[in-house]
Design a protein around this ligand. Sequence first.
Ligand code: G6P
Length: 362
Amino acid sequence: SEVEKGAYPYYMLKEIDEQPGVMRSLIEHYVSDDGTIVIDQSLLDSMKQADRLYIVAAGTSYHAGLVGKELFERLTQTPTEVHVASEFGYNPPLLSKKPFFIFLTQSGETADSRQVLSQINEWGYESLTITNVENSTLSREATFTLLLYAGPEIAVASTKAYTAQIALEAILAKKFGEIKQVAIAKSFDVAHELTMVANGMQELVDEKGQYEQIAANALATTRNAFYIGRAIDYDVAQEAALKLKEVSYVQTEGFASGELKHGTIALIEEGTPVIAIITEEKTAKHTRSNTQEVLARGANVINIASRYLSEDGDQIILPDVHPLLTPLLSIVPCQLLAYYTSLQRGYDVDKPRNLAKSVTVE
Ligand code: G6P
């Protein structure tokens, strides 16, 4: 490949490490020195007409969409739905009067997403593609494009594209919310908050050794694992689980922590790893009570907690950032846990079996 790994053994590690830089690059591309967000006025005019946003994506990009829903709903007060591209055609949502479509796609080539875009183009709706690849098919065929400027992502398991998509959704939601006069959006200083995120990410990637150790202790030989969380932490739990399963082949589920007790808790055995993500004040206590439930059944609980919510015994502490942006930090240790688990099991982390970087068939 024309992109060099340099001193890195694998692209995945290089791309995890690039994330603080990706945050800064997005600020540079979308926020001018006086703090104004620079986004095509015709895109904003089109979004302003919308009574509902429909995010369509696959895989990791779908998970970035789940976080996007939180961002768009809270910062712009616009109801937002997130759809798996491959399901959209067969189980189409009832559309609102004025839908606006947002396609999230690292490659811009995913066949399932392209198919939905062709369909909504036929219906005559306007759309935005958020992608890392200029001139990609989904970019050309959508009404508008916003680029991620994350640099090429080579490892099959997506890392920096996920965080770039969330950061760009935050920038767009800030601008759109400001236009809609939403108070939280007006006071949300996205450039400042993303700078804090970049610094926090840097702290996390600078302390890799601890994740290698946790992976060795908890994940290197396990048969299965769980990530749990509530609300925005549940969104991240789903992406964290996908990361671990795709590169380490450990059967992993991302679960809403409160839902565990309604069946899945039956799978918890002595030593089953349960990794809890705890970044929101409103959910922290409740997720912690779920970790107590699995602990009582022998689970090996690992807590990933924001510093201000952390307690004695939490293994992974996240620097504090704006509550809407915690996914940008909480995913980083999970990416590193996946990476090290894959290596410890002896796999080629950049090229997991059965997977392609971009799936161009239905
Ligand atoms: C493939 C990749 C995933 C990616 C998904 C969607 O399955 O292996 O990492 O998330 O496609 O790709 P896209 O390019 O549309 O984001």
